[in-house]
Design a protein around this ligand. Sequence first.
Ligand code: EPZ
Length: 418
Amino acid sequence: MQKFIVRGGRRLCGELTLQGSKNSALPIMAAAALCDGDCVLKNCPELTDIYAASRILNCIGCKCRYSANTAVITASELTTTAIPASLMQEMRSSIIFLGAVLGKAGECTVCLPGGCELGPRPIDMHLAGMRKMGADISDYGGNIVCRAHGRLHGAKISLPFPSVGATENLILSAVNADGETVINNAAREPEIADLCGFLRACGADIAGGGESSIVIRGVERLHGCEYTVMPDRIAGATYLAMAAAAGGEIILTNACVQGMEPFLSVLEQTGCSIYSSEDRIYLRCGSRLKALSDRVRTMPHPGFPTDAQAVLMAALTTAEGTSVFEENIFDCRYRHTDALVKMGADIQVMGKIAVVKGVNRLHGAKIEATDLRGGAAMAAAALGADGITEISGISHIDRGYERLEEAVSILGGDIKRV
Ligand code: EPZ
């Protein structure tokens, strides 16, 4: 089993080009199954979740070749509409293939993705929207069988909560449907706008991707295209949080500056100097961070992103004063706190609230990553800590960060994969 060995206490300095966005690339790969002809996806990050998506595409009869951050996907008639449980369970986002396969073939069988390390992850909103578009959906012993009886039809769908996955799945179901679909209270994450940008480049008729109301007029066919996946705003937040935790001066290039604004404005309040231009972010952190006087509330975009909660918390463990977090998106998103406490942090968790009293220093420890962003937070804490930290369970981190140890080393951090 691989581990990261982190020797803390070195300031991070230098320039890093950000990877492409995992959470954008995954739905775009599913969307490519809807197209006739080749889709060439550039800036597609090299991650275990991307390999899992490639395996699903190959399993349903599309050809997916991946090398040098480019995925080439050739879709044709699907050879199966049932995605095996073994592939569905490789990653939670496999559920995004439901909308694509149902939209293309008029039927799809998947097993329930179930809960995950972040707590229960229901898909009721995905299914309710698909039912409104004419799908019959039944549950046979944990397998969800969806049938459209011909083409899905357009519908007016109001989501009870702006779910990212439900919005993506309904867009994928609607692009080839008969007539107009309106999704109200849609998720506004930048990754939704990127998915819509890709689909438009393939000939889809979509207005409002990235806004709370999305209008999709179904078209007969989609064609292939060449598309560049947007930069990863959460990887960006992570490397900035690492520099805030360890101190230093870094520049991120190929950054999604506008999409990162909700994170940047909060990080700036800790005393870091942050300047951004079109696709570059400069951060300098020369002294001890200040705790945040306002509670950090995770919310759907453009609120503070839940995916950046753990890494910001890691940086604030050694801030001057007390910071308070409120996690509003997932039930189990404080699993990193035990490891941070083992490193000397003072964190009290009560339900959705975490109170972080800044301590002077953290120290190295043997800890285990239990989820993707929590694992990245442990690496951030370790970079600022005294001594050596050993992080096991790094397969979680590899799901979302392209060779994290290389990126951190470019910035001068001492981290090795063993
Ligand atoms: C996406 O997950 C991201 N994953 C997550 O990133 C991210 O944390 C999340 O959006 C929120 O921004 C990908 O894009 C692949 P949701 P998703 O549907 O789509 C509830 C990471 O670290 N809900 O917006 O699963 C749900 O339980 C990952 O990269 C329902 O109740 O998130 C949750 O509490 C982790 N019923 C909330 O909504 C539904 O039908 C938000 O979930 C759907 C969701």
